[in-house]
Design a protein around this ligand. Structure first.
Ligand SMILES: [Zn+2]
Length: 256
C-alpha cells in the first residue's frame, strides 16, 4: 500500500508469511533511499526492533477483525488496526520516549511512625511516571535525581496531604543526591531505609514498634496519594532513560 500527501510518501507493508530479517532490512533500505517512509505489519514475531524499522505485530482474521499488538498504556496490550493507523497518522507512534508527550506522575506514599516523636506521618515512597506504554517507578530511597527534577516534583505535592519535608541529601561515596523524607510533626529525618517496591500499590508502611533504629518496617499499604500531569522534557527524558527497566521500542504516546 502506498499513500501520498504532498511531497510525503508513506508505504505500509503487510507481511503475512515469515520473511527473513535480511529481506526486510533490504527492502526498508530501498524505501528509505527513494524517500518513502514505510510501516510494517507482521503476522509473525522475531522481526528486528529498531528506530529504522517502524513495525508492529498483527493478529486476527477477517471475521474477528485485526488488532495491532502494541501496548497503549492503561494496561491494554493491543488495539484495533484501524485505531492504530489513526494514531500512526496523528504522530502518536514513536520510537523511544518522545519529547513533548504527555505523562502522569503518581506520588505513592504511606503512613509511617516517626522514630523520634512516635507520631504517624505520611512519607513518599515512590514516584511513578506513567507514560505511553510504560510505567517507570523511582523509589525514594534510591532515587538519584537531578535537583531540578526534585524541586518540580516537590512543588507539585499539596500541603493538605500531610507529607513532611522531603530533602535531597548528598551521598559522598556515589557522589550523588538521594531523597529522604522528614516527619511532618517534628522534622526528624526518616528517609534512610531500603524501600522494597511491592507489586501491590495498596500497601501501608508503618514501623511495628515505632522504636528508633527499628529496621523491621512493614511496607504494606502504600498507595497513590496524588497524581498530576506533565509533559516529557529533556530533564524527565534523561531521568527515565537512566531507569533500569527502560527499553527503547515502538509505542503509542499521547502528544496532543
Ligand atoms: Zn516526628
Amino acid at each position: 500500500m502506498l499513500a501520498r500527501k504532498g511531497k510525503h510518501r508513506v508505504a505500509v507493508e503487510i507481511q503475512w508469511s515469515s520473511e527473513t530479517n535480511e529481506e526486510v532490512s533490504r527492502r526498508q533500505e530501498r524505501y528509505a533511499e527513494s524517500g518513502v517512509r514505510c510501516l510494517w505489519l507482521f503476522r509473525y514475531g522475531g522481526f528486528p526492533v529498531s528506530r529504522e524499522l517502524p513495525a508492529v505485530r498483527v493478529r486476527g482474521n477477517l471475521d474477528e477483525g485485526f488488532v495491532a499488538l502494541i501496548p497503549t498504556g492503561s494496561g491494554k496490550p493491543s488495539l484495533p488496526v484501524q485505531e492504530f493507523f489513526d494514531k500512526v497518522f496523528n504522530r502518536q507512534f514513536h520510537f523511544g520516549l518522545p519529547l513533548g508527550c504527555k505523562a502522569i506522575i503518581e506520588v505513592q506514599a504511606g503512613l509511617f511512625r516517626c522514630f523520634s516523636c512516635l507520631a504517624k506521618t505520611r512519607i513518599v515512597t515512590a514516584i511513578v511516571v506513567d507514560v505511553g506504554p510504560c510505567k517507570y517507578r523511582f523509589n525514594m530511597g534510591d532515587l538519584v535525581v537531578d535537583l531540578e527534577l526534585f524541586k518540580r516534583i516537590r512543588g507539585r505535592i499539596p500541603d493538605r496531604l500531610g507529607i513532611g519535608s522531603i530533602k535531597p541529601r548528598y551521598r559522598k561515596a556515589q557522589k550523588s543526591y538521594y531523597l529522604s523524607n522528614g516527619c511532618a510533626k517534628c522534622g526528624a529525618r526518616l528517609g534512610d531505609y531500603e524501600y522494597n517496591p511491592g507489586e501491590d500499590d495498596e500497601t501501608v508502611c508503618e514501623s511495628p514498634t515505632g522504636l528508633r533504629g527499628d529496621r523491621w518496617l512493614h511496607w504494606s499499604n502504600w498507595k497513590t496519594v496524588y497524581r498530576f500531569p506533565i509533559r516529557i522534557d529533556k530533564i524527565w527524558q534523561n531521568a527515565i532513560r537512566q531507569c533500569e527497566d527502560y527499553v527503547e521500542t515502538w509505542g503509542i504516546y499521547s502528544m496532543g
